[in-house]
Design a protein around this ligand. Sequence first.
Ligand code: MTE
Length: 315
Amino acid sequence: MRRRHDPARPLPSEITPSERYYNRREIMASLAALGAVGMGPASAGAASARLKFARNPQLSLNEAPNSLEDITTYNNFYEFGTEKDDPAKRSQKFRARPWTVKISGEAARTGTYELDDLLRPHALEERIYRLRCVEAWSMVVPWVGFPLGDLLKRFEPNSRAKYVAFKTVLRPSEMPGQRFPVLDWPYVEGLRIDEAMHPLTLVAVGLYGQTLPNQNGAPLRLVVPWKYGFKGIKSIVEIRFTEKQPPTSWNLSAPHEYGFYANVNPSVDHPRWSQASERRIGAALFAPRRNTLPFNGYAEQVAALYRGLDLRKHY
Ligand code: MTE
């Protein structure tokens, strides 16, 4: 996202054909049903565990997901460095357990919660979403998670709760990128409360049936599929209900380039490049670019949230 060359990487990884992927998924789901859920071999560095979940085909794209390798080696997670392969290489020492999340601000129930207590009431589901990065590339990811709204409602936000602010952990001893002032650490993000409560907005705790690898935001992150990927804040330690629009890291860093809303919008260019099309990570080198869809293809579900708002001004 900074003024640096986006390194062209070799693209040997093919997209997993969906039949093969689903066979594998079904095997894993049945293992989980048999109680074989537990620590497994590291799929992408950090120890991972299989998750129990149900697929949600209604809210999933009908597209083959990218390979696990693509999803776990081509990352933006500036806490571990600014190159795409830095997070995979430099996040191995990060400890995603034990973990607590502080809930604060305009709500009846606030406090600091152990991750397991926070997650326990929520049934997990798998949803295949496209991740559209503001850098004009995309990926298709089989996330495992649950609606953020279900979590937020438990804290009984009051009528002053107009926004929700999120914060990533600040841990420079384990996150080497935080030793440099690339961004104003810790990374922060925000959503309007109706965006946060929208049923498409996910708290992701896993992908490809396993707990999140460190480089993808372990142990919990946001996924907001109609917005550019940077709204998907990783490794969340604080959720705050606020009356005023909260600051967001990329907006603070480059306000003319990254707005608060960050809705995927092919007709509003980034000041330095077009947003009209996108490159699918993992596709053949000369594969044609894809047209970017308004709201990343979710216009029918979310356009009403922005009725009356000038989306050129509120980019
Ligand atoms: N969250 C934190 N804490 N730090 C980051 O640098 N990068 C964002 C977002 N969340 C980022 C973050 C950006 S720019 C993108 S595109 C997505 O994470 C990438 O998610 P992925 O690496 O799982 O594909």
